[in-house]
Design a protein around this ligand. Structure first.
Ligand SMILES: Nc1ncnc2c1ncn2[C@@H]1O[C@H](COP(=O)(O)OP(=O)(O)O)[C@@H](O)[C@H]1O
Ligand SMILES: [Mg+2]
Length: 146
């Protein structure tokens, strides 16, 4: 491997592997509903979140309760999945006011980008997925339960 750091970066995957990686993530996260997607801009968080939704048979984007921060998707079985992107959040109070706690406690799967912005709102038990750019055409992924 050209970059020795990659050896500790977990599984390296490309866009063609997204579906398989998503299936494994879903299996590994079973029983947990708050799933954090961590990694810098361009690491592939949104791409993976959308793939996870596809694997959970999302067939429609229902609404955006607060445009650009929360999106709601519905699976073919009528279950909601919430996708948060806190990148532009100004303060944790803003997240609190949006009712993030209620979403996290709703029992619906919550996919969360930029959870670093809401450290005090993260529940005790969550699933964390870490993505890193390994080269322009692939990403390294690690995940685990907390
Ligand atoms: N596993 C992957 N392999 C190769 N390219 C990827 C992968 N995941 C995402 N990308 C590409 O990286 C870019 C940024 O992805 P995006 O999901 O928007 O990142 P983020 O949400 O972390 O900022 C997109 O052009 C996307 O196609
Ligand atoms: Mg994103």
């Amino acid at each position: 491997m050209a970059n020795p750091e990659l050896a500790t970066m977990g599984r390296v995957f490309g866009l063609q592997d997204l579906s398989n990686v998503s299936k494994d993530v879903i299996k590994s996260a079973e029983g947990l509903t708050v799933w954090l997607l961590t990694g810098e801009m361009g690491a592939g968080k949104t791409t993976l979140a959308k793939s996870i939704c596809r694997e959970l048979s999302v067939n429609e984007v229902v609404s955006s309760p607060t445009f650009s921060i929360i999106n709601e998707y519905k699976t073919s079985q009528g279950k909601s999945i919430f996708h948060f992107d806190f990148y532009r959040l100004k303060s944790e109070v803003e997240a609190y006011d949006i009712g993030v706690n209620e979403y996290f406690e709703s029992g619906n799967i919550c996919l969360v980008e930029w959870a670093e912005k809401i450290p005090s709102l993260i529940p005790d038990h969550y699933f964390e997925i870490t993505l890193q750019m390994s080269d322009p055409t692939s990403r390294a992924i690690n995940y685990g339960r907390h």
